[in-house]
Design a protein around this ligand. Structure first.
Ligand SMILES: Cc1cc2nc3c(=O)[nH]c(=O)nc-3n(C[C@H](O)[C@H](O)[C@H](O)COP(=O)(O)O)c2cc1C
Length: 170
């Protein structure tokens, strides 16, 4: 199986998850969405797309990409996963309960063969002043960590590894 992992990430956690999912698969590569060339998807058997959430939604570029490549995505083996902080909550860490996955599926009207959601990372020290305080406020409202001197990783790497095995064999 010839696989491509395509990621849309700002702070790197979605890329890190792609790297873990890819593991030691032969015949696979990881690519930034921004470096995808037109018509390239036909060269792959399995297409895995991972996208981060920022201020309520995934990047517009991911929606444009899916719209443009819908026909080819429909005939390939496909996976979509979202990375967001809300998925740290037990009642929002499943594709059926995570609001960003539901929003994504509604907006794209695309049915990937496999869908998943992973909790990301809040890396306060790397954020600019405004983001830092907005995210701190959101964390405070949602009972999350508010120590802005630290990075808080919520990703459950065992879940990522399990999903990697699922991807390998389908
Ligand atoms: C500016 C900013 C806005 C964010 N907005 C949301 C949000 O609306 N909902 C959410 O669940 N997580 C939100 N997050 C958390 C990110 O989804 C999380 O940090 C994720 O790991 C980012 O992925 P990336 O490192 O691949 O960019 C936000 C993070 C930042 C820095």
């Amino acid at each position: 199986m010839n696989k491509i992992f395509i990621y849309s990430s700002i702070d790197g956690q979605t890329l890190k998850i792609c790297q873990k999912l890819k593991g030691k698969f032969d015949n696979s590569q990881i690519r930034n969405l921004d470096n995808m060339k037109e018509g390239e998807l036909k060269n792959f058997d399995q297409i895995i797309i991972g996208a981060a959430v920022r201020y309520g939604d995934h990047n517009k570029k991911i929606y444009d990409f899916i719209k443009k490549n819908k026909a080819i995505l429909e005939i390939k083996k496909t996976v979509f996963f979202s990375v967001n902080a809300t998925a740290r909550k037990e009642d929002k860490n499943d594709p059926l309960t995570n609001p960003y996955i539901q929003k994504f599926l509604k907006k794209t009207n695309w049915k990937p063969n496999k869908i998943n959601v992973f909790a990301g990372r809040i890396n306060f020290p790397e954020y600019g002043f405004i983001d830092k305080y907005i995210i701190k406020l959101i964390m405070w409202i949602t009972n999350g960590p508010t120590d802005t001197t630290k990075s808080h990783e919520f990703t459950n790497w065992e879940m990522v590894e399990e999903f990697s095995k699922e991807i390998e064999s389908f």
